[in-house]
Design a protein around this ligand. Structure first.
Ligand code: SAH
Length: 276
C-alpha cells in the first residue's frame, strides 16, 4: 500500500519543478507587527526593485500613511496590494516553506543559515505553494512562537559587534539574494517526491499531535513545561520539512494512537488527511 501510494517516488520522470527555480512572485514577505509606516513603505520599494510582489502585514502600523507612500517612492502598487492579517497563521496561508529572519546567529539553540545559502534553498523549494519569509517587529524581532513555525532561520551576516539592520534594509538584502538565487539558477535536485506540506497542514498536525499526547497522558493537566515542550515538538517536526504524504502518514499514526487509548477519532483537527 505504501509503495503503491508512493508510486510517484520511483517515477523516472523528474518533477516539473525539480530542475527549475521559482518565480519571484512565489516569494512572500511577511512583516510581523511593523511599527513604522516608513519601514512598510521602504519594504514595498525594496521588494519592487527586486521584482517581488507578495507582501503580507500582520497587525501593522497605519500602512497607507503619507510616510509610507513617501518611502515607497512609487512602489504604491505593492503597498496598496499588501494583505493585512490579524495573525501570523493567516499571513502564512498558501505557504509551504516558512523562513524566519533573525539578527542573531544562534537563537533558541539553533543556528541560523546565512542569507545567501538560504536563498538557494528557498529558490529550490518544490511545488506551487509560496515561500514565506518572516521579518520581526523593529524593537524585539520575531517571537519564539513565530520562530518555531519556521523550517529555517536566516541571518544576514554582519559585523559581530553591530548586527541589527533596519527592518527595510534587511528586507532589501533578502529580496536581492532571492532574486540572485532565481536568476543565477543552476539545475537543482530536490529531496521531495511529494509536494511539501503547507503551513496550515503543519498547524493541523501539531494540534492533532498535542491532542494525542494529552490523550496518552504525556501532557498532564496544568503541566508547567507544556508550552516549552510544544515549542520543541514544533521545531523538531518543522526542521524535518515533511511533505504532504508524510503529514498523512503522521496524522494516520496519531489517529491510531488515539484509537488505542480509547479516544478514537474524537479529536482530529483539520480532519481531512487519511491514514495511508
Ligand atoms: N532587536 C531585534 C532586532 C529587530 S530588527 C533582535 O535582537 O532580534 C527587525 C527585523 O529586521 C528582525 O526581526 C529581522 O527580521 C530583520 N533583521 C535585522 N537585522 C537582521 C540580520 N542581521 N539578519 C537577519 N534579519 C535581520
Amino acid at each position: 500500500m505504501l509503495s503503491g501510494a508512493r508510486g510517484a517516488m520511483v517515477s523516472p520522470l523528474p518533477r516539473r519543478r525539480a530542475a527549475l527555480t521559482r518565480s519571484l512572485d512565489s516569494f512572500r514577505v511577511v512583516l510581523v507587527e511593523p511599527t513604522h509606516p516608513g519601514n512598510i513603505g521602504a519594504t514595498a520599494r525594496a521588494m519592487k526593485t527586486m521584482g517581488l510582489t507578495d507582501l503580507a502585514l500582520v497587525r501593522p502600523a497605519e500602512h497607507l500613511a503619507s510616510e509610507a507612500y513617501a518611502r515607497a517612492a512609487g512602489a504604491d502598487d505593492i503597498l496598496e496590494g499588501a494583505r493585512v492579517c490579524a495573525t501570523v497563521e493567516e499571513a502564512l496561508v498558501g505557504a509551504s516553506l516558512v523562513v524566519g529572519t533573525s539578527a542573531r546567529r544562534r537563537r533558541n539553540g539553533e543556528d541560523a543559515l546565512p542569507v545567501r545559502r538560504l536563498a538557494a534553498v528557498a529558490a529550490a523549494e518544490p511545488g506551487e505553494a509560496s515561500v514565506a519569509v518572516l521579518f520581526g517587529t523593529e524593537r524585539v524581532g520575531l517571537s519564539n512562537e513565530d520562530l518555531a513555525r519556521c523550517r529555517h532561520h536566516m541571518v544576514i551576516p554582519t559585523d559581530p559587534a553591530f548586527w541589527s539592520l533596519n527592518l527595510a534594509s534587511a528586507v532589501q538584502i533578502v529580496c536581492y539574494e532571492l532574486r540572485m538565487a532565481v536568476t543565477e539558477a543552476r539545475p537543482l535536485v530536490t529531496k521531495h517526491a511529494d509536494e511539501p506540506a503547507s503551513a496550515e497542514e503543519l498547524d493541523y498536525f501539531f494540534e492533532h499531535l498535542f491532542a494525542a499526547l494529552t490523550d496518552l497522558g504525556f501532557f498532564l493537566p496544568g503541566q508547567e513545561n507544556r508550552p516549552h515542550l510544544e515549542l520543541r515538538f514544533r521545531r523538531m517536526f518543522t526542521r524535518m520539512a515533511p511533505d504532504k504524504y508524510d503529514m498523512g502518514m503522521l496524522r494516520g499514526w496519531l489517529t491510531r494512537i488515539q484509537q488505542a487509548v480509547g479516544t478514537r477519532g474524537s479529536r482530529r483537527p483539520g480532519g481531512s488527511s487519511e491514514a495511508p
